[in-house]
Design a protein. Structure first.
Length: 122
């Protein structure tokens, strides 16, 4: 089921009891707020086991956007939904390490297939 919105750059789809949110390269504060609200709404209306944030299109992630997405992930987690970040590019990972951001609490996988496996096997 596709929950995309023409006013949002983030595509939100549900597959196998998992919400998949594909983030755009030029993610904005509104994308994060609206996307988080949409994920929380979907999780509340149906039995969702996990949420995947797909970063495969994101080439730059600053510390502010990282913290906003981290906060969104925590909000979704409070509803009992496992959140997995997938598709982080080497440059994004390197930049996060250079910014000395604590990523130890984030579940991550290389790609969408592995992310689904992490959630469905939990």
């Amino acid at each position: 089921m596709d929950y995309s919105d023409n006013n949002l750059n983030t595509s939100v789809t549900v597959v196998e009891r998992c919400i998949i949110a594909t983030l755009p390269n030029d993610i904005t504060d509104d994308d994060i707020k609206i996307g988080t609200s949409r994920i929380l709404m979907i999780a509340n209306k149906s039995f969702i086991k996990g949420a995947i944030l797909d970063f495969s299109m994101v080439s730059v992630l600053d510390s502010y956007t990282f913290m906003a997405l981290e906060k969104a992930s925590k909000a979704v987690s409070l509803m009992g939904v496992m959140v997995v970040w997938v598709g982080l590019r080497p440059g994004v990972v390197s930049a996060l390490m250079d910014l000395n951001v604590d990523v130890t609490h984030i579940k991550a996988a290389m790609n969408l297939e592995q992310g689904l496996k992490v959630i469905l096997d939990a």
